[in-house]
Design a protein around this ligand. Structure first.
Ligand code: GLU
Length: 508
């Protein structure tokens, strides 16, 4: 690769960034890092009707949480600033005009009603996809069909117009895609796309190609939905005489629903009660906050690892990759053509993996806010010990409280099934004996607790195994949990005695 690698992520700020967008940014980032290249964040906000306030900040925030860093961009500046297309507005018109001068584009004066009437006419004539193209343009009001002086008169009078690309009638356009190979499209299927709008703004197609050229982008890596636009982009490079600077293209496979057919959508997350965005999104109109993966207890390492394997694989059965490992393992050649299922269970699996790798100290830090919120002030070492004992059972950090509340509060209720099966008045009486035995203990380490329990069983004529679950019930209110004597030891001598007495009182 002789040309320096310069890639860009070019989102339109039309709402919160979807997982597909995060994956596109990630693949661009990996590609840039792998080739010692430059990664750029360009915001494509030329469609004022779809602009959503806060979307740009959200994109920056989400990607930064994922550890995806840029070298140039809206939030960083750089040699090609500004990186927000609305701020580059003034420079696009000259490029559109240049294409009109060279005969590759033309002015079109048609009103909305005239365009609608054309579509109706074509529909009535059973044309499958009615469009403004080399055939229909001759009957419309544009600088190719109208007499020269009429065009001049309209332009001088300030009549509103758009600039359209003059799509050749029958031409094979070959697009080389790094993932799909050669894609051939006949221009007969393409329409005369608007390049420049009557509001003075370029459309996506013009601004995207002009900026890729001006920013010296070497590779365009983007979602599959842009593949149909690529022949037009290739023709634009040719029309401008920029073919030598044309980037290579790679179109990433779609993200599919976790189940069933079709494209992944936010509704799939809603349906499964799972988050969909990387970080929390505040709807600017309603103020409604949608928590993201970050707020729900997912680790960015897990999310990134999960996304990387959606449509890409390392060629062997490795699944666990840090961001740095991805940088060296990644290759565009190993990106698949077919869609990739967005399997939420797999994401949970990754999260469980990364959760177990966390140190107890870090986990304790992560659960502390929840404890404080609930008005508990336990010492750090105790919380770390709870994390050590319980983390095996968590998928998310937020599973902490549901699984471990009993370490911080007396059981508020007791598992009904275990109570029915394992608790008897005799066992209730035994628990008081055990409490007395505990009272005499000096050391309350797990081994000592177990020994004291076993000798008490022997003395009272019980089989230890028959009582284990009742003991767990008395101490935690639950039927299952971590290693019993470790749990008791951690709860501590006084607390265990108190709980045994309470259980006798409540359960009888
Ligand atoms: N603005 C386009 C988007 O929102 C960019 C597509 C491209 O990367 O060319 O996805």
């Amino acid at each position: 690769m002789s040309r320096p690698v310069r890639v860009r992520f070019a989102p339109s700020p039309t709402g919160p960034l979807h997982p597909g967008g995060v994956r596109t940014a990630l693949f661009n980032y990996l590609f840039a890092r792998q080739h010692g290249g430059t990664f750029i964040l360009r915001v494509e906000d030329t469609d004022q009707t779809r602009f959503v306030p806060g979307a740009e900040a959200f994109i920056v925030e989400s990607l930064s949480w994922c550890g995806i860093r840029f070298d140039e961009g809206v939030h960083l500046g750089g040699p090609h600033a500004p990186y927000r297309q609305s701020e580059r507005k003034a420079m696009y018109r000259q490029y559109a005009e240049q294409l009109v001068q060279s005969g590759h584009a033309y002015y079109a004066f048609d009103s909305e009603e005239e365009l609608e009437a054309m579509r109706e006419r074509l529909k009535a004539a059973q044309v499958a996809s009615p469009q403004y193209n080399s055939i229909t343009r001759v009957n419309m009001k544009n600088s190719l069909s109208l007499p020269h002086d009429e065009v001049k008169r309209r332009l001088d009078a300030g009549d509103p117009y758009v600039i359209r690309f003059r799509m050749p009638r029958q031409e094979e356009v070959k697009v080389k895609d790094m993932i799909r190979g050669w894609v051939v499209v006949n221009t007969a299927q393409l329409d005369d796309k608007v390049l420049f709008k009557s509001d003075g703004m370029p459309t996506y197609h013009l601004a995207n190609v002009v900026d890729d050229y001006l920013m010296d982008i070497s590779h365009v890596i983007r979602g599959e939905e842009w593949l149909p636009s690529t022949p037009l982009h290739v023709l634009l490079y040719r029309a401008f005489g920029w073919e030598e600077k044309m980037p290579e293209f790679a179109h990433l496979p779609l993200l599919l629903k976790p189940d069933g057919d079709g494209k992944l959508s936010k509704r799939d997350g809603d349906r499964l009660g799972l988050p969909f965005y990387a970080t929390s999104w505040t709807n600017p109109e309603t103020g409604e906050v949608t928590p993201g993966y970050r707020e729900t207890g997912y680790f960015p390492e897990a999310y990134v690892n999960f996304l990387a394997l959606l449509g890409w694989n390392p060629g062997d059965n490795r699944e666990i990759f840090s961001l740095e490992e991805l940088v060296s393992a990644f290759s565009v050649e190993r990106i698949q053509k077919h869609g990739a299922r967005y399997d939420f269970n797999k994401l949970n699996w990754f999260n469980q993996h990364y959760l177990r790798l966390q140190s107890d100290t870090d986990l304790a830090k992560a659960v502390m806010p929840e404890l404080q919120q609930r008005g508990h002030d336990f010492n750090k070492i105790y919380v770390e010990e709870v994390c050590r004992l319980m983390k095996e059972r968590w998928t998310l950090v937020s599973d902490f409280w549901t699984s471990s509340a009993f370490f911080f509060e007396m059981p508020a209720d007791y598992d009904e099934q275990v109570k029915a099966k394992k608790w008897t008045p005799e066992i209730g009486a035994f628990m008081l004996k055990l409490a007395s035995a505990f009272e005499t203990m000096k050391d309350f380490e797990p081994a000592e607790v177990e020994a004291s329990f076993r000798s008490c069983c022997e003395k009272e004529g019980f089989k230890a195994n028959a009582i284990l679950q009742a003991l767990r019930l008395a101490l935690s209110g639950q039927g299952s949990g971590p290693a019993l004597f470790e749990m008791a030891s951690l709860l501590g001598q006084e607390e265990c005695i108190r709980r045994l007495k309470l259980a006798k009182q409540v359960l009888g």
